[in-house]
Ligand binder design. Structure first.
Ligand code: C2E
Ligand code: MG
Ligand code: MG
Length: 415
């Protein structure tokens, strides 16, 4: 790669910025496909002329914040900060492919320089410059052999057998990351609160979706260790925040397999004692679908936890077999409406009614409500109007590395 050092230096800075702000960063790799023909037509200086014409075309199609780095004779990498989502990277790649389907003007001659473009995004497809570029390159190779000429990196399915070993190593070597996402009070001021979410970037495969590795952990028995890791790191940050004068309430996810362990209550109390965090600052989240698998036992365990002062949230509400009967039986303090409902609120008035009745139902049962997946101001306004108590979503705050959240708290950011 010609200008690898410059590209990596530019990318490192942008990645650090994206990690700080929680924004999505895109990397595009563009490879030109007819270089032999250019050489024959324009002689040995062909590369330079085609490259400068391409650069003008690319700059014209990109936003001013985007950066173009030449990495080969007629090959480019593009760094796109502040994307809305991964699809945004694919849209940009599609636009550039279309741009290069128009002939370039090279010294008065019209010339076609078709290209293939691969895209990868931070943090989904890799946590560092090297991995992001490799994945964008893989996508580019795929684009070159397909008909669309652009492709977004798709991570291969992780074979479970080795995923298990890798995940165990990652837990033991403390290579998972803890992200915190704010849970914002919509009525009144309640103090800072955040949900602890685990992140795993595989050394070869890049970021693995939490749903995927949590499932591997549950199937292989690693979930106890993962939970212990997640709780300890989250509590350490809460303790640190409190010591610096910024108390932070935590929501922690508990898999049903973990809740079923007879020693779970003792274990979690032990961790709280160790970090000197009171149970009143901790809400344990259990998914609705998990609860339904073993209702009687869950009910007993949750009651013990509730008696010790923990908050209990029913997570992903609406995706399982929601029934009034079990809601009444459970010692829950909070209900989290699944994001699939919240995401549809601005598109479908019936969903607004549905969410409204979930909120009313919860309030009747004495439960507070968190709406998950609040992605825009309009949804937030609707929820406020419906009397929803808390919001959690990309609009009110993306999940960020725990250190960044602590720094934000210290700088006086409201959570
Ligand atoms: P969850 O507990 O329902 O966590 C909320 C999920 O919604 C998170 O996904 C979060 O990133 C995502 N989210 C938040 N706001 C928005 C939004 O505005 N739009 C959209 N589209 N999504 C939003 P994430 O981090 O991928 O985690 C997925 C699930 O994995 C979590 O769902 C949780 O059930 C599980 N999980 C994550 N970490 C742990 C862990 O340490 N232990 C256990 N047991 N489960 C975990
Ligand atoms: Mg949760
Ligand atoms: Mg949820």
């Amino acid at each position: 790669m010609l200008n690898r050092v410059a590209l990596f230096a530019a990318l490192d800075g942008r990645i650090a910025e994206a990690a700080r702000t929680g924004r999505i960063l895109g990397v595009l790799m563009l490879r030109t496909q007819r270089m032999r023909e250019f050489d024959l037509l324009f002689g040995y200086e062909a590369g330079e002329r085609v490259a400068s014409a391409m650069r003008i075309a690319l700059d014209g199609a990109l936003r001013t914040v985007d950066e173009v780095v030449q990495i080969g004779e007629c090959d480019f990498a593009m760094i796109l900060p502040d994307l809305h989502d991964r699809n945004h990277a694919a849209l940009a790649a599609a636009k550039l492919v279309r741009t290069l389907q128009l002939p370039l003007d090279i010294e008065g001659r019209q010339f076609l320089a078709p290209a293939a473009i691969g895209a990868a995004v931070y943090p989904d497809d890799g946590a560092d410059a090297d991995l992001l570029c490799r994945h964008a390159d893989i996508a580019c190779a795929e684009a070159a052999s397909g008909s669309e000429r652009f492709a977004l990196y798709a991570s291969p399915e992780l074979p479970d057998a080795f995923a298990h070993g890798d995940l165990r190593d990652a837990i033991v070597r403390n290579q998972l990351l803890l992200f915190l996402q704010p849970i914002v009070a919509l009525q009144g001021d309640r103090g800072a609160r955040a949900e602890a979410l685990s992140r795993w970037t595989h050394p070869l495969h890049g970021a693995i979706a939490p749903e995927a590795f949590i499932q591997v952990a549950e199937q292989t028995g690693l979930i106890s260790e993962l939970t212990r890791w997640n709780f300890n790191v989250a509590l350490r940050h809460a303790a640190q925040a409190r010591d610096r004068g910024h108390p932070l309430a935590l929501s922690l996810n508990v898999s049903i397999a973990v809740l079923q362990q007879p020693t779970f209550v003792e274990q979690v109390l032990g961790m709280l004692r160790f970090w000197n965090v009171p149970t009143e600052l901790v809400t344990l989240e259990v998914t609705e679908s998990g609860l339904m698998r073993d209702l009687a036992h869950c009910e007993r365990m949750l009651r013990q936890l509730r008696d010790h002062g923990f908050g209990i949230a029913i997570d992903d509400f609406g995706t399982g077999y929601s029934s009034m009967a079990y809601l009444k039986r459970l010692p829950a303090t909070e209900l989290k409406i699944d994001k699939t409902f919240v995401l549809d609120m601005t598109r479908d008035a019936r969903v607004v009614k549905l969410v409204g009745s979930m909120i009313d139902l919860s309030h009747h049962l004495g439960l507070e409500v968190v709406a998950e997946g609040v992605e825009d101001a309009e949804t937030l306004a609707l929820l406020r109007g419906l009397g929803c108590d808390h919001a959690q979503g990309y609009y009110t705050g993306r999940p960020l590395p725990a250190e960044a959240v602590l720094a934000a708290l210290e700088s006086g950011a409201r959570y």
